[in-house]
Structure formats: C-alpha cells, structure tokens
Design a protein around this ligand. Structure first.
Ligand SMILES: [Zn+2]
Length: 99
C-alpha cells in the first residue's frame, strides 16, 4: 500500500466529509485517520463545521466526481475562450496598427 502524506489527506478531507471521494480514497483516508492523530483532529474539526451547516455526512458508495469535474471543465473552457478572444483582438489590433 502506498503511504499518503498528511497534507494530501487533509486536502481530501472536505471531499471525504461531503462523500465526494471514491471507495478507494475512503479506504485510504479511513486507514490514515486511524493511525494519525493530527489528521483525525482536523477531520473532527472539519466535520463539526459541516454538521453545523446542516449537511449530512454521506459515505458515498459511488464515485461522484462528475458534478465537480463538469464545474471545473466549464471554468477551464471559459478561461480558454477568454484567452482566445484576447489573443485574436491583440492580433487584429497589431495588424491594424503596424500596417
Ligand atoms: Zn496524517
């Protein structure tokens, strides 16, 4: 089994608490939390915060990355689109200015 660092575990904890991690990740995080006091403290603090928001902790059985992935892909496409438009505008204005 690959040992995963505390930083990565703590990075994944919000997703883990929201049930957005895969079975494999859930297993790895649970194993890490069992032997790492630091991370289990972070986990408890985070899950308390989330419980106060009224969200349920769902121990997801399926991978539910798709929603998050779609959001990220939309943001990336938006950024690429804006960059392209700026590039085209700059290209056009350079051609006009230096004719
Ligand atoms: Zn740890």
């Amino acid at each position: 089994m690959v040992e995963i660092g505390c930083k990565i575990i703590q990075d994944l904890l919000p997703l883990f608490i929201h049930g957005l991690t895969c079975d494999e990740s859930i297993k790895t995080i649970n194993e890490h939390l069992n032997k790492c006091d630091k991370c289990s403290q972070v986990y408890e603090a985070l899950s308390e915060d989330i419980n106060m928001e009224g969200n349920l902790i769902s121990m997801g059985t399926n991978c539910s990355y798709s929603k998050l992935q779609k959001k990220i892909i939309n943001i990336i496409y938006g950024m690429v689109g804006v960059t392209l438009i700026i590039g085209i505008l700059m290209g056009v204005s350079t051609v006009i200015l230096f004719k």
